[in-house]
Design a protein around this ligand. Structure first.
Ligand code: CTP
Ligand code: MG
Length: 233
């Protein structure tokens, strides 16, 4: 089997959440938010390695989370950079040399869907890059000076999630090109591929795969967790 590495990004500090510890360490269903993704990749047959990128101030804490999770696939825990883009590139450079495919995932998304992982890897094998996209229900507007200056065509818009899947060389080259182009603040890796001239195949995202940003998201995540527990019981 060609080596597939899951890269979990936990190098942020969760400013918008404003909690005493970064949101990836808050407890959800009794375990830290980041443990949910570690566990999901741990039990996936398609993933052989996990690399975790963490903020420098929380390395010891992450070490104990990994230990608590009894994860066997975590090959490396590395210090991230000051932007998500930097953290992602650092993580990529720390994947084992024989990695052929990589799944890049935000630690702030605890509900990784396994069937989606399969579809993403399949799509990335064909197209080089693939990302999960969900529909938008709100109307999205452009604003200027306190007024609405335009309405975006909702049918052509979607919301990008993670994990995002790539042929390893494709995403490394996108990061290298981004630096040449002076792009430094990409909020996701598919975006980087697009901005550097590549193509990204779309896989259907999952509404439950929310990204925790604020305290309200954390409450919603607790409800989703409880529902998942009930339906799997
Ligand atoms: N991330 C990272 N390195 C950074 C910034 C972010 O690895 N320098 C990770 C975060 O840990 C998170 C994911 O990228 O899992 C998505 O970022 P976001 O939701 O914006 O998290 P934070 O940057 O931590 O939150 P905030 O923007 O509110 O500070
Ligand atoms: Mg951020």
């Amino acid at each position: 089997m060609e080596k597939t590495t899951a890269l979990i990004l936990a190098g942020g500090t969760g400013c918008r959440m404003g909690s005493t510890v970064p949101k990836q360490f808050l407890r959800l269903g009794g375990i830290p938010v980041v443990s949910h993704s570690i566990k999901a990749f741990e039990i996936s047959d398609e993933i052989s390695d996990i690399v975790v990128v963490c903020h420098a101030d929380y390395i010891a804490r992450m070490e104990s989370v990994i230990k608590e999770t009894q994860a066997k696939k975590v090959r490396k825990l590395v210090v991230g950079g000051e932007t998500r883009q930097k953290s992602s590139f650092i993580g990529l450079k720390n994947c084992s040399r024989d990695t052929k495919y990589v799944l890049i995932h935000d630690s702030a998304r605890p509900f990784v869907c396994m069937s989606m992982v399969g579809s993403l890897l399949k799509a990335a094998k064909l197209a080089g890059s693939a990302g999960p996209v969900t529909d938008i229900s709100d109307t999205v507007v452009e604003t200027r000076g306190g007024f609405i200056s335009g309405i975006l065509e909702r049918d052509t818009l979607g919301r990008m999630q993670t994990p995002q899947a790539f042929r390893y060389r494709v995403i490394v080259e996108a990061h290298e090109k981004a630096l040449v182009f002076g792009l430094t603040s990409a909020s996701d890796d598919c975006g980087l591929v697009i901005k550097t001239g590549g193509k990204v195949s779309i896989v259907r995202g999952n509404e439950e795969n929310l990204k925790i940003t604020s305290a309200a998201d954390m409450e919603l995540a607790e409800l989703i967790f409880l529902r998942k527990m009930r339906t799997s019981a």
